[in-house]
Each structure stands twice: as C-alpha cells, then as structure tokens.
Design a protein. Structure first.
Length: 207
C-alpha cells in the first residue's frame, strides 16, 4: 500500500503542474479506489468506473467513493465532462482499446482536458528479460499489448498531443522487473500474488 501511495502522489503532483480548469477526474478501471482516494484527498472531484464489483465495493465501503460498476458500452457518463480521465493498466484488458478511447474522449473529456494512460510495454527491458514469463503477458486477462511505437501510433490516430511521457512505474514497473530477473533463476509464480497471499522471508530476501 505504501508503494502504491507513493506512485499515486507522483502522478497527482504531475497533474497539479498542468493547467486544469477545474479538478474533475474520472478514473476508468478504478479497482479498489486507491488512486481515487488519493486524488480526493488532494481536492479532486472524482468518479470511478470499475466492473469488478468486489473491488469496487471495497472503494465504496472503505473510502466512500463514487464508483459505478455497470459495464461501459459507450456514450456519456453521468457527471461529465471530466478535465482528467485516467486509465491505469486498463487498455491491455480491452479487445478494441481505440474504440473505448474514442468514446471516452469524444463524449466525456472536456475540450482542453487530459488523458492519463499507463500500459505495460511489450518491448520493455523487463519483457525482453522474462520472455514467456513476463508478468504482463497474463493470458487470458490481457488482450492487447503495446510497444512504444504502437502506443504513439494510437495517440496520433486519436489526434492527441503528448505532454508528458514516463517509462518508470514504482508499483508494477519495479515489481515487474524483479519478477523478470527472478525468472532467470527459475521463479515461475506471480510475485504480486505471492506477496499478498504467500509471503515468506525467503521471497522477501530474494526481492
């Protein structure tokens, strides 16, 4: 949780440097609402979309967040328009990510708003090290994979202007690299699941 909190603080700091007209934010794929809660604590008016109902219910009950659990099939989302829409590790779960982004941008993002996208990169160093053991291959949950080239191609097709690019994620990026390196020594489990449900001193020492 501390690592996730630090990562959220960095993202919110970067958003604070942008010229956002008002602090309305949609977190699409909100999970348990941890980023939403951090944004709320920094004065943002936040709304979330999360189809995994158990995860959404955690954010609703634990933090009192406004999270919808209905599957988004396009169109206007209540409380729109949003000046910031965030999608953290969402697009790799979508069969047609371009269609989703078009709907979100055209119907729900304000004219001068910002889109924040985070995806694992198939051509990243951790992917090349781990090969078939790469943490983000994750079939059948991950349906779409991006390289730097294909991601920027999508951005150009949507006529978006990049204002900030980063290739480091404290949360999944660092853990992903740890798993990639450990896979060279025969490690075949999912490190995130192991840390949650089967943590032991040998795993912690290895990390």
């Amino acid at each position: 949780d501390q690592i996730i909190s630090i990562n959220n603080q960095i993202i919110l700091y970067e958003l604070s440097k942008l010229k956002v007209l008002n602090n309305t934010l949609l977190d699409f794929g909100a999970g348990k609402g941890k980023f939403m809660y951090s944004a709320l604590s920094h004065g943002w008016n936040v709304k979330g979309i999360e189809t995994a109902k158990k995860r959404a219910e955690y954010g609703i009950k634990e933090y009192g967040l406004n999270i919808e659990t209905n599957e988004y099939k396009g169109g206007v989302i209540k409380d729109y328009p949003f000046n910031v829409i965030t999608l953290f590790h969402v697009l790799e779960h979508i069969q047609n990510p371009k269609e989703l982004l078009i709907e979100l941008i055209d119907k729900n993002l304000s004219e001068n708003g910002y889109l924040v996208i985070e995806v694992p990169l198939f051509d990243s160093l951790q992917s090349k090290i781990a090969g078939r053991m790469w943490i983000h291959l994750d079939p059948p949950l991950h349906l779409s994979h991006f390289t730097k080239h294909s991601l920027f191609k999508l951005i150009n097709e949507l006529k978006l202007t990049p204002v900030k690019c980063s290739y480091t994620s404290i949360h999944l990026g660092i853990l992903g690299m740890v798993q990639s390196i450990m896979s060279l020594f025969g490690y075949k489990a999912m490190i995130i699941d192991e840390l949650k449900f089967n943590r032991n001193k040998f795993l912690v020492i290895a990390i």
